[in-house]
Design a protein around this ligand. Structure first.
Ligand code: ATP
Ligand code: ZN
Length: 293
């Protein structure tokens, strides 16, 4: 079989979703890590031109099995799939994309106070393992009806009283007359690895992880440049978090300085407002490509 072909040089074998919600972001992450992969349409396998890496394009549901079997050394897949498939793999790193939640939803007009609602009911889902764990944890007996897709139409056609499905905006639920009542798992894409990875593969993975972490950090931070009147310089510097010594350069215009710093995405807007209030002007915000600390 083509997938098992051995080649002399050690390569990191990476499983990525063939098409779907994780495909583009997974390839973009590799690209941002400086790894070039040609992605031919309908191709099962591809090779990186500048990193010892082979990429297999697979259905996301199959990725944990391929990684457990060491057909792939690592895989990019949703946590929801990892927990549902329960294969022997190890989660190495959260990747910051493919964020969604696995939630219970019921018909909009019905009342749901707690998970007790589900007692004796029929729940349609593509995630029977995770749903059963949730029911067991809450001491509830209910019937799980496993379906592989279009779960949201199940209550409308009388197939189930409730569903458990992936949600991001909630608009699909709304269009089907349903409401989300409880989140049972928050998920994002993660990198998993075979739990008996060889030394050479582990070294390549460490190299890749170093790059992924630098890209993730850069995506979460912005480089900020601003002009500050010297009389407010101390106040402005004190608003910049975690930077003991931001870069401060004198401007050609007397009495003004240029301040450069790095801000985290989460606190970004709040700090920008305070900087403005403290007299900062000409604020420039620049994306960071890589951040190695
Ligand atoms: P495949 O053909 O590979 O089996 P799929 O139809 O099962 O694809 P997608 O819909 O492409 O899968 O979703 C892949 C993953 O994207 C999900 O398992 C989940 O981790 C993540 N995801 C993020 N947001 C959502 C969402 N709103 N709905 C479904 N999945 C989402
Ligand atoms: Zn799938």
């Amino acid at each position: 079989m083509e997938l098992n072909q051995n080649s002399a040089a050690v390569k990191l074998k990476v499983a990525i979703q063939k098409s779907g919600r994780l495909h583009d972001d997974s390839l973009r992450l590799l690209k941002d890590c400086g790894i070039e992969i040609s992605n031919g349409v309908n191709k099962l396998k591809s090779e990186a031109s500048n990193f010892p890496m082979e990429v297999y394009f697979l259905r996301d549901d199959d990725i944990p099995q391929y990684v457990e079997d060491a057909v792939a050394d690592i895989g990019f897949v949703g946590e929801n799939v990892v927990y549902e498939k329960k294969k022997k793999t190890e989660v190495v790193e959260k990747l910051g994309f493919g964020k969604c939640r696995l939630s219970i939803a019921i018909r909009r007009h019905e009342e749901y106070n707690d998970a007790g609602f589900l007692s004796g009911k029929k729940i349609a889902t593509s995630y029977p393992v995770i749903v059963q764990q949730f029911l067991t944890k809450n001491n509830i007996e209910a019937e799980i009806h496993e379906i592989s897709g279009s779960v949201e139409i199940a209550p409308g056609i009388g197939l189930a009283d409730a569903i458990c499905d992936l949600v991001s905006s909630g608009s699909t639920l709304f269009m089907n007359g349903l409401k989300e009542t409880e989140t049972i798992l928050k998920s994002e894409a993660v990198l998993i690895k075979n739990d008996k990875l060889g030394l050479a593969q582990q070294q390549l993975l460490d190299k890749l992880l170093f790059r992924i972490q630098a890209v993730k950090k850069a995506r979460n931070n912005k480089y900020v440049l601003l002009n500050a009147p010297n009389e407010n310089l101390q106040e402005i510097i004190s608003l910049l978090p975690g930077m003991k010594s931001p870069t401060v350069l004198p401007l050609a215009e007397a009495g003004w300085s240029s301040v450069h710093s790095v801000l985290n995405e989460n606190e970004f807007w709040e700090i920008i407002e305070k900087l403005k209030a403290a007299g900062a002007q000409g604020i420039l915000v620049v994306p960071i490509e890589k951040m190695i600390v």
